[in-house]
Design a protein around this ligand. Sequence first.
Ligand code: NAP
Length: 438
Amino acid sequence: MSHIAIVGAGPSGAFAAAAAVKNPDVSVDVFDRLPTPFGLIRYGVAPDHVKIKSVTRVLSKTFGAERVRFFGNVEYGRDIPVGALHEAYDAVLFATGSTGSRALGIAGEDLIGNYSAADIVPWYNGHPLRGSEMRISEPGEKSTVAIVGAGNVSLDIARILLKGRAGLSDTDVPESVLAALDSHASVDEVHIIVRRGAADVRFTLPELQEFDRMSEEDLDVTIYDADLRSEPTAADLADPTAQQRWDLFSRWATRKPTGADRRLIFHFGVTPSRIDGVNRVSELTLTQSGHELAPTRTIRVDAVITSIGYAGEPIPGLEFDHERSVVPNELGRAGNRTYVAGWIKRGPTGVVGANKACAGETMRVLLEDLSAADQDVDRSDARKRLLADLRTKCSPVDWEGWQRIDNAEVVLGTEFGCNRKKITDHRRLVEIATAVSA
Ligand code: NAP
């Protein structure tokens, strides 16, 4: 029997584990620093995207399967010393994702009220360890937010802020976040800042169309100055989806504001050049992309959120490519008996399903390497020592422990008339998970 350790219980870690145990001679231990499994699905996917979140049912089958063990609340590099996994397992696979943020590198980014997607997304998803609380409006007042970036995460953030409590009350968004969306993070205007033209964005059509549906209920969606900048060429719109996106933007550009309570305004072909404010953010200056020295417009804002892609974080003991924010690898191979999968392998792009093929590729390579190794080494004593050591250090949460948390969240949800309410307090999560039933 070969024993594999996986660090990271998000979709990539789960897909890798599922691929591994298809081989009856393999067992897998999955470690995660959080007491809960599912990583990006639980703390990255937008709370109103219930269908995408439901992939947790598939991942649960893997974590609950024979020959797979889950150890939550265990941090590699803190609770597990670097090197200890290699002593205890035949191979170690890291699927730690990309949880850091990228900055614009412009003046004013240190002002209060400047946030990144890596702050906001974990916050509204109730992450127990990450995500600063947004404080952008005074109780009873509405605020204006600019979001920089033309990817789907920008659209998620805009939608969640504009929906507010009323639009999210049937989701698992924690009560503390809904209360904040009512008071000090209450937003009625969002500007999305796109450095390219409208024909050249990474937003996907279904995510844009969600705003069309919201506009039937009190949301004005417009294009700043009705300006789509340069007309696209036939080649730009060769892809039918690009044509549909362009048609949608063109329709929005001709729309007259109806006086709705909430507004979403897209700006195309402009780049942020500075953020100003006394103590906190109050203005964002934009320049025409490619002409960065000539300011074109200034918008009054209460907060700026930079959503220009996530960044992977270095893993103790492994090489790191700081430019690309990934662990250098070849088909997932990242050193002796060391492998990577998911965003830390290929960078922060692609929908959840893309990680299945990515993790499958790494696991195929890993299993080939294992079967090519000339001798079996018995690491069972090192494994026992490691697991015993963890129990003295950090209260690991096993799969039954997670199921207790799951159950507690579902029960909490019934109090609020929804399927689940997330528990956000880290200590409370561990207490629930490790409670011994009388
Ligand atoms: P993304 O798709 O890579 O988009 C990042 C955006 O930031 C790009 O539009 C990029 O512009 C822009 N950008 C980068 N540097 C910039 C700068 N200095 N100034 C201005 N703009 C800058 O990243 P993401 O939105 O974080 O999404 C990550 C992945 O998750 C994507 O594959 C996304 O599709 C996926 N996702 C999917 C869903 C869904 O399916 N519902 C939801 C969320 C995320 P350029 O295009 O000009 O480089």
